[in-house]
Design a protein around this ligand. Structure first.
Ligand SMILES: [Zn+2]
Length: 115
């Protein structure tokens, strides 16, 4: 859908470096938000309406400066889920290569014990 931030099939949610089509800034400190992790999850139907439900692609972004954490969860189709599972090699993707490009993020990862 035109104008929708997380349009399915758009490069920003299908690439290995999923980024929003606009620059996301932290509302607390104005820092740049970086992708932290992506996961496609099943949204179950309700007991009153079991035919409802489907999939959502959770995408979390983190501020490099203040460490605030921002999740988004646009709905996606079963076809998108299958496509991303092939690209990511599973239903979860952690874009570690994005973090390693930034010295401060790399330092924080080392503090957390990542290498
Ligand atoms: Zn911030």
């Amino acid at each position: 859908m035109k104008g929708y931030l997380w349009e399915e099939g758009a490069e920003n949610i299908t690439g290995l470096k999923p980024l929003p089509p606009l620059e996301l800034k932290c509302p607390f400190c104005g820092g740049e938000l970086f992708p932290r992790r992506m996961k496609i999850k099943e949204i179950p139907g309700t007991s009153r309406c079991p035919s409802l439900g489907g999939y959502a692609q959770d995408m979390a972004f983190k501020c490099e400066n203040c460490d605030s954490y921002w999740p988004f969860g646009p709905p996606v189709s079963a076809e998108h889920r299958e496509r991303m599972q092939k690209i990511w090699g599973g239903l979860t993707y952690v874009p570690a290569e994005v973090w390693l490009e930034r010295e401060l993020l790399k330092y924080k990862l080392e503090v957390f014990g990542y290498c």
